[in-house]
Design a protein around this ligand. Sequence first.
Ligand SMILES: [Zn+2]
Length: 76
Amino acid sequence: MLCPFCKSEIPDDAKKCKNCGEWVDPAYRKPKKNEEGFFSMLSETVLNLLWFLFITAIIAVAVILFLQANANGLFD
Ligand SMILES: [Zn+2]
């Protein structure tokens, strides 16, 4: 058969075009995209979580330093 992407002759049972590297079988193309979407979504979620923890840690340190300074009587 002909590759739908680069029109080169490939075996009829080929799942992937050896010429252009595209997945010829839609059943293989679609899950791959879903998988990429899932992982990019997952990494985005992890980044958001890390950013949230980072901000929380900074706020916690700031509050602790403020309370310690307060306890030492710097603001009296
Ligand atoms: Zn091709």
